[in-house]
Design a protein around this ligand. Structure first.
Ligand code: AMP
Length: 210
């Protein structure tokens, strides 16, 4: 098992890229920290109850809480698998925790999208609550409006995808997560792709870079 980290702002398309690539290739496993947390909130676990308020306000949940969830997934992932790690690490402390987990990090790929485009992307974002496929009302519409192409479930809008919370999430991204670009550059692991080429080309560029 090895790990490819997806870096990029909320709405940069990391999840769409990772879920596309993982659907095409059994050796790729998409692990989204946001999906793990939303799952815990939906189930009402102790971690979910603790995480809920942070998530709704656009803040990061405590490092130890999300690190434990990632540790569990890393521990249960073995064999010839590349984990596409989406949303973790989100700050330098988490990057160090990930190193301590001991799984080899193959690369960290930054999906680069200007802030000005992010707000529009998130405003049109729709997600399948069941298989986690991502859509956009104009940029990547499902075949039947409001319904997931892959599994037929009704699409939903994330609670934290409102313009005010998105602004806060971008502030948090620049302050907490952007320093990881320098961190992984120093380690010779950083790759960068233009995340504004459309879903298919973004995924192809990512695959080539990782
Ligand atoms: P995402 O789906 O990656 O945009 O994450 C949604 C929300 O979950 C974030 O705004 C945070 O509140 C929380 N979250 C996800 N990943 C992390 C992480 N690695 N560290 C702390 N909070 C996280």
């Amino acid at each position: 098992m090895n790990i490819v980290i997806l870096l990029g702002a909320p709405g940069s398309g990391k999840g769409t890229i990772a879920s596309r690539l993982a659907a095409e290739n059994d050796n790729l496993k998409h692990v989204s920290s946001g999906d793990l947390l939303r799952g815990a909130v939906a189930k009402g676990t102790a971690a979910g109850v603790e995480a809920k308020g942070y998530m709704e306000s656009g803040n990061l949940v405590p490092d130890a809480l999300i690190a434990q969830m990632i540790k569990d997934v890393v521990a249960e992932t073995t064999g010839d698998v590349t984990m596409l790690l989406d949303g973790f690490p989100r700050n330098l402390a988490q990057a160090k925790i990930l190193e301590e987990m001991g799984a080899p990090i193959r690369s960290a790929v930054l999906v680069d999208v200007p802030d000005a485009i992010i707000q529009d992307r998130i405003a049109g974002r729709r997600t399948c609550p069941s298989c986690k496929a991502g859509y956009h009302v104009t940029g990547l519409p499902p075949k039947v409006p409001g319904v997931c192409d892959r599994c037929g479930t009704a699409l939903t809008i994330r609670k934290d995808d409102n313009p005010e919370t998105v602004k806060d999430r971008l502030v948090v991204y620049h302050r907490e997560t952007e320093p990881l670009i320098a961190f992984y550059t120093e380690k010779g692991l950083l790759r960068r792709i233009d995340g504004n080429q459309g879903p298919e080309k973004n995924a192809a560029a990512f695959k080539a870079a990782m």
